[in-house]
Design a protein around this ligand. Structure first.
Ligand code: NAD
Length: 418
């Protein structure tokens, strides 16, 4: 597959690769490779100067065999129909691998949000929510934040839906502010699942976590929480980076103090506890026990993968390895624990948020963290059992085998209508 493969074709070939290990009929497999429906809509929105602007928006509902469609809404100029379809498919498998009762969906608007005022963004979001209204709902399809959307947009979608439906339905979206029905522990959940997967992986591979050297690429929400929690279980964070560059100290960087520095200055570069500073690519090829890519997709390509010197990679970011890099690292025996498990803490605590919204009863952060740990550890065990049982080449394939089998079982249990 080429390095810049169409994301929808990448998804379909991942499904084919994993399904080759399973006894899935071709006609059922064909069904699993296409979204059930895709909404494409043109939103006409009045700008602050009174002119009208058209924005193309999509919502893909990929598969609902295991429960309501679930997945984020992104605002980005590069959003496309194929990207949204692919991302919605990956959500199906992410929810299935951690065994939460959701299908997969994803949405997006072709927009650069930096070019619009807050009032314009609110009108765009409410116009999209109006188009989405017949498709979404607590038991139908539950959107969440993604790139360039957050609590603010979720609150607008929830309010539009509730106003039009004349009801209260906090569970129609997740990722809300705590005062609007958000969950304790949601902000930390993605980094927490990354730490838990790394902890379980080291135990499985019989590598000591205490004193293990760790490099973290990307020091945003997912990366910094993972670094902080890994430090808490005895690892030494030797290097971290952000878009400004990387910092290194063989004796360890203090995760919280680096975060405070970044909060004050906007970057990790210039942190006075660093012994050295170098480029982002240098961080990715450090000789470390654990590498955590937590920035953007396609951070490591085939060429760079030849120089990666980590023993274990735990993917906090979505899709940080190109398909070519993945093949090289598998050949080289680097243990890669895939994104659909290692960052699934985010969607898992979204699920807890939805459960709490339905119950109208809110959990403590301690309970959220305990329930999350149980789900991630169970999912890790299912993945490694499958890896051994099928004698698979990678933990990524194992994750897809587990997930596809669960979706197929749900489909076959239900039978076909009409
Ligand atoms: P974020 O915007 O908070 O942080 C991203 C960080 O990456 C920033 O520090 C940025 O400076 C850095 N970065 C950008 N380009 C870089 C480069 N070339 N080299 C090094 N650092 C670079 O984003 P986030 O929420 O932490 O998300 C990070 C990744 O995790 C994304 O792939 C996202 O899809 C994935 N993810 C996040 C969540 C979540 O709940 N936050 C859930 C699932 C997956």
């Amino acid at each position: 597959m080429s390095e810049d493969a169409n994301p929808f074709e990448s998804l379909q070939s991942q499904i084919d690769d994993a399904a080759a290990h399973l006894e899935v009929d071709d006609d059922v497999l064909e069904r699993l490779k296409h979204p059930e429906r895709v909404l494409e809509t043109n939103l006409s929105v009045e700008l602050d100067d009174g002119s009208l602007r058209r924005f193309t928006a999509f919502r893909s509902q990929f598969n609902g065999d295991r429960g309501p469609y679930k997945g984020g809404i992104r605002y980005h100029p590069n959003v496309s129909r194929d990207e949204v379809k692919a991302l919605s498919g990956w959500m199906v498998y992410k929810c299935a691998v951690v065994d939460i009762p959701y299908g997969g969906g994803k949405g997006g608007i072709i927009i650069d949000p930096r070019e619009y005022s807050e009032a314009e963004l609110e009108r765009v979001t409410r116009a999209f929510a109006t188009e989405l209204r017949p498709l979404i709902g607590v038991d139908r399809d539950v959107p969440a934040p993604d790139v360039n959307t957050g609590q603010r947009e979720m609150n607008w979608i929830k309010d539009t839906y509730e106003t039009l439906e004349n009801t209260t339905a906090p569970g129609v979206v997740t990722g809300k502010a705590p005062d609007s029905g958000g969950s304790a522990g949601r902000v930390e959940a993605t980094g927490r699942s990354t730490m838990l997967v790394a902890r379980e992986a080291f135990d499985y591979l019989d590598i000591e976590m205490k004193g293990a050297s760790v490099a973290v690429q990307g020091y945003g929400n997912a990366g910094w929480i993972a670094a902080d929690l890994l430090e808490g279980i005895g690892a030494t964070i030797v290097a971290v980076s952000d878009s400004s560059g990387a910092i290194y100290n063989e004796d360890g960087l203090d995760a919280r103090s680096v975060r405070s520095f970044k909060n004050e200055t906007g970057t990790v570069s210039g942190y006075d506890g660093a012994a050295e500073e170098f480029s982002n690519d240098d961080l990715l090829t450090l000789d470390v026990d654990l590498l955590v890519p937590a920035a953007l997709e396609n951070a490591i390509d085939r060429e760079l993968a030849e120089d990666v010197d980590a023993d274990v990679i735990v993917e906090a970011a979505n899709g940080p390895l190109t398909p070519g890099a993945d093949a090289v690292l598998t050949d080289r025996g680097v243990h890669v624990f895939p994104d659909i498990l290692a960052n699934a803490g985010g969607v898992t605590v979204s699920y807890f948020e939805w459960v709490q919204n339905r119950q109208r009863f809110y959990w403590t952060e301690e309970r959220v963290n305990e329930e999350l740990e149980e789900i991630i550890v169970d999912a890790f065990d299912a993945l490694t059992d499958t890896y051994e049982e099928y004698d698979l080449e990678s933990f990524r394939t194992a994750a897809y085998v587990v997930a596809i089998q669960r979706v197929v079982d749900a489909f076959e249990d239900a039978g076909t209508f009409p």
